[in-house]
Design a protein around this ligand. Structure first.
Ligand code: ATP
Ligand code: MG
Ligand code: FE
Length: 335
């Protein structure tokens, strides 16, 4: 089974070829970060234009590196949502054009399902499993009873974890995307600044990061009014500690409550060193639950993960029509 995966939901134009659901034959990612950096974030119009320029080249490169031809491709898996509509449309239309002209089945994939399935490129999945999804636009705990089934136990009520990282980085004048910079600074600093933890209601698996973000901004503002200086590395370490404590705490609680066999980390913030270490520490004491963390290159957006999810959906019989559209607000529980 050979699947061509295509991903254009945000600012990465990506294509990959996946064999039998788990073997990466190629994985090409053209990042637009340099173009968006000077605006401090992703500019949707610019993203679409870059995708249009790159998509054909990226797909050709993925096919070439995998040493496959269109006759070898069993299905084309493409991110249909969620994401920026103009960005998604470029991938969806490229996939539809190829599917139509080469008569290849088409499979629409949910971007976050892709992030979760990045783990299957490392380890076979064991159900029931719990995935902690932490990315630029999402923070949620997803329960999977079987392949292709996703139940959201809790999600962020305001900012996503990655979004909070990027906003805090911006207040510290760090370049976009700020997550990796905060992560690096946090390793050097000490969590000596008192910041809130958003545990919310006792029985809730929801998250909230906007209060923490405001607390960071207020801390900087108050210090500068009093003429005090705050070490950015200590602020980064304190912010990171607050984020991680809540993420890990709720993940452990849900994993135990639902009796899962595995916990999978997913999304761009899964690249965070502090989070990876804290989860490893926490699950070391729970040997009956296997913790799976994707390698760094599979954490941020890529098409290998879309190919991995697409492989399973294809085997389950999912086919998308050539009328497939881009769905910016696509729901993971029913896609
Ligand atoms: P979504 O997947 O929700 O649609 P997205 O695709 O834009 O959003 P991803 O590419 O999955 O997001 O992740 C990007 C986010 O990950 C950015 O917010 C970035 O700052 C964050 N990130 C990347 N590396 C790290 C790190 N080491 N520590 C913290 N955050 C990080
Ligand atoms: Mg990105
Ligand atoms: Fe993503």
């Amino acid at each position: 089974l050979v699947i061509l995966g295509i991903e254009t939901s945000c600012d990465e134009t990506a294509a990959a070829v996946i064999k039998n659901g788990t073997e990466i034959l190629s994985n090409v990612v053209a990042s637009q970060i340099e173009s968006h950096k000077r605006f401090g974030g992703v500019v949707p119009e610019l993203a679409s234009r870059h995708h249009v320029e790159q998509i054909t080249l990226v797909i050709e490169e993925a096919m070439k590196r995998a040493d496959v031809h269109f006759e070898d491709i069993d299905a084309i898996a493409v991110t249909e949502g969620p994401g920026l509509v103009g960005a998604l449309l470029v991938g969806v239309n490229a996939a539809k054009a190829l599917a139509f002209s080469r008569n290849i089945p088409l499979v629409g994939v949910h971007h976050i399902a892709g992030h979760i399935y990045a783990n299957r490129l490392e380890k076979e999945m064991k159900f029931p499993l719990l995935s902690l999804v932490v990315s630029g636009g999402h923070t949620e705990l997803v329960l999977m009873e079987e392949h292709g089934s996703f139940k959201v136990l809790g999600e962020t009520r305001d900012d996503a974890a990655g979004e909070a990282y990027d906003k805090v980085a911006r207040t510290l004048n760090l370049p976009y995307p700020g997550g990796p910079h905060i992560d690096r600074l946090a390793q050097e600093g000490k969590p000596v600044i008192d910041l809130p933890r958003a545990w919310l209601e006792e029985d809730s698996y929801d998250f909230s990061f906007s209060g923490l973000k405001s607390a960071v901004i207020n801390t900087l503002h108050n210090a500068s009014q009093k003429g005090l200086t705050i070490e950015p590395k200590d602020l980064a370490a304190s912010f990171q500690e607050s984020v991680i404590e809540v993420l890990v705490g709720k993940t452990v609680k849900a994993a135990k409550a639902y009796g899962v066999k595995q916990v999978l980390l997913a999304g761009g913030v899964a690249a965070n060193k502090g989070l990876r270490t804290a989860l490893e520490e926490a699950f070391k004491g729970i040997p009956q639950i296997e913790l799976v963390i994707p390698p760094l290159y599979l954490c941020t957006d890529n098409a290998a993960m879309i190919g991995a999810a697409g492989s399973i959906l294809y085997e389950m019989g999912k086919r998308s029509e050539l009328t497939l559209n881009a769905y910016p607000g696509l729901d993971i529980e029913n896609f």
